[in-house]
Structures are given as C-alpha cells and as structure tokens.
Write a protein that binds this ligand. Sequence first.
Ligand code: FCB
Length: 456
Amino acid sequence: MTNFIHFPTNFQWGAATAAYQIEGGIHADGKSSSIWDVFAHTPGKIYNGDTGDAACDHYRRWKEDVALMKQLGLKAYRFSLSWPRILPEGVGKPNQAGLDFYSRLIDELLAADILPLATLYHWDLPAVMPGGWLNSATTEAFVEYSAIVAKTLGDRVKNWVTINEPFCASILSYKLGMHAPGLQDPAKALVAAHHLLLAHGLAVPVLRENCPGARVGIALNPGPFYTPTRSRADLAAARHADGELNRWFLDPLYGRGYPADMLNDYVSMGFLPSSRPDFIKPNDFDIIATPTDFLGINYYTRNRVMAGEEIDTNPASVVRLSAPEDNQTEMGWEIFPFGLYETLSRIHWEYKPGEILVTENGASYSDGPDSNGNVHDDRRIGYLKDHIAAIGKAIQAGVPVTGYYLWSLMDNFEWSMGYSQRFGIVYIDFDTQMRYPKDSAFWYRQVIQQNGLTEE
Ligand code: FCB
C-alpha cells in the first residue's frame, strides 16, 4: 500500500552548507585565518592532507550556485558566515569586502525566491582569538560580531542560527582532538562548551535588537542511544553518553541548568573541580536559557553503546559499537531513520521548543558522474526518502517541524575526512569545479514541488 505524506504549507524545503566547507578563498579580500585553516594545514590532522583552501570555490562561484539552487527548486538555503572574513581581527573593524560577499549572496537568494537561513558560527573561529573558546572574551567577541552582522544583513536575513553543534565545537574539538583546535583535554572541553552556550544566549537579544522580525535558534546534533542489553551496566553507559551528547546542551538551553548526574560524573572524574566551577557565573544559566524561536536539529544516525569494563568506577567507560556493515553510509554511520522520529518526539515532549527545524540530514556516498554526466545515487535517495518520511510522521504526531535542510547542497570539505566523503546532492569535480546535479537533486526537486512524498 502506498501512502502520500503531505507536509505543512510553507514548509521550508532547503539545503545546507557551511562557509569553510565550500567557500575556498581563504585569504581573499582581507579574510584572516580561522582555526580550521590552521588545523587543516597541520600535518596529520586531515585525511589525505586535504584543506579547505579551495573547497568548492563558492566564494567566486556563488552566483552560479544560487542559479543551481533555483533550478533545483529549493525554497530555502542554510549557509554560514565566516567570522574571519567579516572581522579579520576577530573584533573591531569589519572587512567591508567580506560583508559585501554575503550581501550579494543574500540579494541573489532573495531574487531567486529562496529564504536565507544564516548560521553565525559553523566552527571557523578567527585564529587570532587568544585561547579560542576557553577564553570568555571570545564569547563577548561573538556578541559584537552578531551585532555587526545583524545590522548589515538583518534587513534581508530574518532567520538565524547562532551556533552550529556546540557538542562538536567543544567535545570533538577540545576533548577528542578530532576538530580544530585539536585539544585533548576533557576539563577544557567543558569550559569551551559553556562559553559556546553563553555566546548563543547573549547573541539572541542582540540579533533581535538589530534585526526587526528576527527568528533565532541554535542547531544541536542530538541522537538516541541504544544498548545491546538492558543490563544495569549497559544502561549506565547509555545514560552517561546521552548526558554528554544530548542533555548537557538541551537541559541548560531549556532552563534546567546542567544535568545533576553529569555534574556528579564530571566531578568524580576530576573534569570539574566542583559542581559549581568558577567559569560558571551567577547569571549564566538565565542567559543560556533565553527563549528562542526554534530549535535546529542535525540528525544523521543513532548511537550504539555498551558498558566498558570500568563502568563501576568510571562513568565514562563507554564502548561505542560500530554500525552493521550492510546498513551504513560511507561515513560508517548506521542508517536509522526511526532515530530521527524518536529524537524529534523526545525533544518535543521533554523540552517543548515552539518550533523545530531539521537543520541538517543527509548521507555520504561517493557515486560520481557516468559518461553522460549523470550521477545515479539511488542509495542517497533511499536514505533521504526514509528520513523525510520519518519527519512527516513526527509532524502527524504533533511535533512542530517547520523545515528541512538537506546536508548538503554540494559535495564539500568534510572536516577531518577531507574530500573523501561526499554528502552533496550536487557532485563536485574538485579538479575542474564542475557541478553535476545527482539523481537525488532531481528527486528532491519533485518532493519540494509536491510538498511531500509517497511512502512505500
Ligand atoms: C555535521 C556538520 C556538518 C557536516 C555534517 C556531515 O556534524 O555540522 O558541517 O560536516 O556533519
């Protein structure tokens, strides 16, 4: 039996990208280095020694790229602003050429009837900021940067994401060392996470003041945890892992402060000196919980974990289990669309954001053009179909999802994996910079036109 799933009118059907992943032009027109420029140029950090120096050359090909978006019928586009392009010194005097680049891009989007959703921070912090997110001055600088951007672009951009995935910008970056700046210090990761959340909370009113009609949110990357058994030990592992990825960010954003069980864990492990460390100032939780207009959710997969041997003495003794070989994308991420339904429902019932945008979702498959320039990426279509259907069902169950931003518009620099992972619905030949819309792009255009899809 087939069933057509209708989406709400005015649903934001979009695609997403991020500045460092697509722009290139790393030192064009006065842009300074970001922590990702530095990290990518550090030997051994990125697969194959790749860097974002050229990426998709979007800094020069933006017009052609907007034309492509229009051709593909996109109603919305999520992109990020490069802070060091706009403020090469991190603070102070804006670089007009940098602002002009985004201004032109936005005008072109609006002329093509595509709604812009701008992310202020998708990880490319100006490298000049001393101490990065360990320094509370970076938080203040972010607020200054937000004000400048809202003043200059806010007459045309009304939808803003403050920070993309604070989990990745703190835990992956300061604890696991996989992302810039590449530190491996769990205590510092918690300081960075706090400053990122604070930067978000402080920027919300500043964006609203400087941009009449602004709609502001943050984008998280939550996901469910599954264990092989329901043993006490496995459930303890899931609790800690869920606390680190999900509750550490959701709880303070929705007025609950940091979760007590996680504070206990971190104090017992020596990552926090006490449950009220000095870097948490008296008003911080009020600031972080400043009400927002929507919550952005980036979803790719579920997480499977089990207890490590030391779970009784070390709450972080968590073993991650890999995805079944016959059910994963080329990232090694398990294909689990129900996890998106589950995540949306959990967040809706537990935290009640007024509105949810799926700000990222997509799949890495390396299929390339055949001799006619066609890219048959059926596996991506299958992934997208099932995930969009999961969102449709969540909406039917009452979850207020108002948009979907497919990751990604085009193949791009996939952080520590370099160019080895292709998430785009448009194929990029990185030697020629030729763009080839994949079958999934035409399939998505039809979903947009029909405002829904048929579930098989
Ligand atoms: C997310 C990032 C995005 C992209 C996808 C695959 O964590 O926000 O930039 O790399 O993963």
